[in-house]
Design a binder for this molecule. Sequence first.
Ligand code: XMP
Length: 525
Amino acid sequence: MARETVIVIDFGGQYNQLVARRVRECNVYCEIYSYRTPLDKILAMNPKGIILTGGPNSVYEEGAATCGKELFETGIPVLGLCYGAQLMSHVLGGEVKRAENREYGKTETFFDTTSPLFKDLPDKNIVWMSHFDYISKLAPGFTSVAHTASTPVAAAQNVDKKLYAIQFHPEVLHTENGTKMLYNFVRNICGCAGDWKMDSFVETAIADIRAKVGNGKVLCALSGGVDSSVAAVLLSKAVGKQLTCVFVDHGLLRKNEGDEVEAVFGPDGPYELNFIRVNAKDRYYSKLAGVAEPEKKRKIIGEEFIRVFEEEAKKIGSVDYLVQGTIYPDVVESGLGGESAVIKSHHNVGGLPEHVDFKEIIEPLRDLFKDEVRKAGLELGIPEYLVYRQPFPGPGLGIRIIGEVTADKVRIVQDADAIYREEVGKAIDEYKAKNGGAEPKWMPNQYFAALTNMRSVGVMGDERTYDYAVALRAVNTIDFMTAEAANIPWEVLQTVMSRIINEVRGVNRVFYDLTSKPPGTIEME
Ligand code: XMP
């Protein structure tokens, strides 16, 4: 592998992807592999450094995720985090014990700043701790280089062997200077030059695509979401009119979204490609008429998408390549997961390959995290409002309308959602303007309006009303697997409420959804 790589070995920690993202923020390319991966496979990738993540186990537990001593004898620098730190000590002859009390949360920690890990750091700062077990005796050759009031070994090192252990979590934002510690490891200790940058990614990706595609024909399903938009622009820059993008407007998009996508990718936009917009709204609405069951709705929307796309693909005829907007978290999750239950049947473009006549799939974004996809998008000159678009589910508003979908309900939820997004966006901008660009603590990672299937009595201008209730959802989340309701300021919610009631015909009540995930999901269906 030509590019400098650090390997993150995953022991089942909840922050495994976060570790990799932080390393990449240090401009070092990084991949995640399960602890089950054989060492020779890891070494074959010629890593400049190895990081062991946290995990749910205790090193003494039967069946605990573990690793062999050889991992620490290759001469490649290794950094163990939390469970990874304990495992390193345990395997190398130290001692790990269970404390009576868990050390959890923000903890003041004292550092030996002569350690290469803590170079250029203050000698004390706050870190994020989350552990029961602790290193009670150092492995031979190690010294302690950080401590807290209750933990004598908050970090340890064996500089000669290039082995480092950190009991806390430098990857989470609660740890002050955490990224700097990881920077010290990957850039100084491992000696990575830091050449993983989005401008060079874009350049290399375009050259690679050109070399691969030659004169071939390429087909891409464009949803208007971030991933497929960035993939499409990358392809269009590489092969221009050899690319055809099919955009299926299922009539379940956010307000004005179909036209916005067309303005960017259509004939009047800045890119050279063949753009086909299929207005399939009526087909979808008639298929969905009378259907209230969520899974059934999802299936109909997913199947209809494949059908519409298939019809268009047939008109184009056989193509050489089909583009998929797979990103790195999809790759990691499909490689390691497989045990979690299907809560909802997610619809993306997963079903397409079976229905299109093509020779090979191209996945130009499969090495990137979402924030890197966004950076690549900006690098490619895609407008910011598209690049920073919120996640939007494949079945669109179909799963934000509880119960049967009708054209009128789509209009209600589109209008209410546009008001909600406008007002929250405004409040965020105002906060940033007042606070030197800092984001408010409550800033949601996703927020949208949904339409409940409930109608209730109200009064408006002396008249009795019997109208729908709109539900507002806003969540703070790192990975969309768990989420908390965002603490949006009351005044903002009130403005949204009164604007929706006044401006959106058919609504007389507005709810704010306080449910976290679990037990709720982010979407309503
Ligand atoms: P849930 O509702 O499962 O949502 O808590 C988690 C995240 O996934 C998005 N979502 C989807 N995305 N196809 C998608 O591409 C889908 O079918 C789908 N369902 C939910 C949701 O918006 C949230 O960001």
